[in-house]
Design a protein around this ligand. Structure first.
Ligand SMILES: Cc1cc2nc3c(=O)[nH]c(=O)nc-3n(C[C@H](O)[C@H](O)[C@H](O)COP(=O)(O)OP(=O)(O)OC[C@H]3O[C@@H](n4cnc5c(N)ncnc54)[C@H](O)[C@@H]3O)c2cc1C
Length: 418
């Protein structure tokens, strides 16, 4: 894939219209005045039939898993490749459909994508890939359609980049098959509003070195006794994505809440596959930020006159614009690569996803910062919006693993292969 098809461009146009009519007028309320993002996101899903599609996919998956549980033969999935091994146009369209809204919304309000991605992709995705059949049936549909808001909680005050090693939250076996959960989580997207929380912690295993203890996960419901959800933090950017803390004090969780209903259900490797998923989405978010920064910068460079000439006539400005276009092209190609990979039903390795995230986050930060520079003093004013793009871009270098941790992951993988 090297370009969007006509069909994909048509969908892009429809989503762009929706964003301009429905989201742009709400940006100040979403970013600065605490309007929760979920209703507008639900409206987006409904308008484009994405909630219905998610529901249908959910039904099919459950039907299949129930048949397998009954010991029945199930139909093999239809191959996504054509007879000559190429990826089918239908599969490409379906994968592109996952990326287009991310790009379009990030052009104006990247936080909405963070909130939706964590709820549907991370929380819903974790339940649907690692939950037991009963857990999928109980939580899956409502998470995938955003009827319920999900949060995925690993980070703690003393464990960020060293997410597993320094983790202090614990699950203690209660002797009756259940667990007592304690600990606190911070910087949790959707934490203040989440209905369902995937809580990742360490099994209290007496006699085992704390760092070596098993990592386990629980599916918790808002309102459980001993579970407290903080108000949203005030942040530099992505104000439309509420971020908060979770406090657990002797929360009783029955065995039916243990992810996969097994102490081996969703530990280090499960969480690592989630890292891979969240890293991949960053290229599409960065593309949205870069596209919009470039458009605004080009327009300004043509119209802003200094020393009797449009500033676009100056080579120093041209260099900035040219570098922005290079970044836009590179990011679009990364997104195309990701679409093809998904369409072929393959996954990026963690190192590939890390490389993609590292480049995308740095490119978005560089381009949005240069956009502010091109706008001069006006760029520093909220009215011009480029300053919001810059603040929104910064988070891409921090969450889902900092730039430094992506470098570590890429280097480790490269050295391992050498
Ligand atoms: C807006 C927002 C939303 C978030 N959403 C979620 C969420 O939904 N769920 C969740 O669980 N978490 C979430 N996080 C947490 C996020 O993933 C962490 O903030 C991130 O992983 C970094 O951890 P930290 O903040 O503790 O920084 P630290 O790990 O303390 O890092 C501080 C600095 O040290 C560097 N550093 C650390 N270790 C090394 C090393 N070995 N080598 C070189 N440099 C190193 C880091 O790169 C960084 O520059 C969110 C964070 C933010 C800001």
């Amino acid at each position: 894939m090297f370009a969007w098809t006509e069909q994909q461009l048509m969908i892009q146009g429809m989503i762009r219209d929706f964003v301009e009519k429905e989201i742009v007028p709400l940006i100040d309320d979403l970013e600065y005045n605490g309007l929760p993002p979920y209703d507008i996101l639900r409206k987006l899903l409904k308008t484009f039939g994405m909630d219905e599609l998610a529901g249908t996919r959910f039904d099919k998956q459950i039907e299949k898993e129930e048949a397998i549980a009954r010991g029945e033969e199930v139909e093999k999935p239809t191959p996504k490749t054509t007879d000559d091994g190429a990826v089918s146009a239908e599969a490409l369209d379906a994968a592109a459909m996952g990326m287009i809204p991310i790009i379009e919304i990030s052009r104006h309000c990247q936080g909405l994508i963070t909130a939706m991605g964590v709820s549907v992709g991370l929380t819903g995705g974790a339940v649907m890939s690692k939950g037991s059949l009963a857990q999928k049936k109980k939580y899956g549909r409502e998470l995938l359609t955003l009827e319920k808001v999900g949060a995925w909680a690993i980070t703690e005050p003393s464990s960020g980049s060293d997410a597993f090693g320094a983790m202090k939250s614990t699950a203690r076996r209660d002797g009756e098959g259940g667990y007592i959960l304690n600990g606190s989580k911070t910087f949790i997207t959707n934490g203040p509003f989440a209905d369902v929380i995937v809580f990742i912690c360490r099994l209290d295993e007496p006699g085992v070195e704390p760092r070596d203890r098993k990592i386990v996960s629980f599916i918790l419901d808002s309102g459980m006794q001993g579970l407290e959800q903080s108000a949203a933090f005030k942040k530099m950017g992505i104000g439309s994505s509420p971020t908060g803390e979770l406090f657990l004090s002797d929360v009783k969780a029955g065995p039916e809440r243990l992810m996969g209903e097994s102490e081996d259900g969703y530990g280090r490797s499960g969480a690592k596959s989630t890292f891979s998923l969240e890293r991949s989405g960053v290229a599409a978010m960065a593309l949205g930020l870069v596209q919009r920064s470039l458009e605004l910068s080009l327009e300004y460079a043509k119209t802003r006159v200094q020393f009797d000439q449009p500033i676009g006539n100056y080579q120093l400005i041209q260099l900035k614009l040219a570098k922005m276009e290079v970044a836009r092209l590179n990011l679009e190609n990364l997104v195309f690569r990701y679409i093809e990979t998904r369409a072929a039903d393959k996954d990026l390795t963690l190192a590939e996803a890390s490389a993609m995230k590292l480049y995308a986050a740095q490119a978005a930060m560089e381009v949005t910062t240069e956009a502010v520079q091109i706008f001069g003093g006006a760029g520093y004013m909220r009215e011009m919006r480029v300053e919001q793009l810059m603040r929104d871009a910064k988070i891409l270098q921090i969450y889902a693993g900092t730039d430094e941790m992506q470098i570590v992951a890429i280097a480790k993988d490269s050295l391992g292969r050498a």
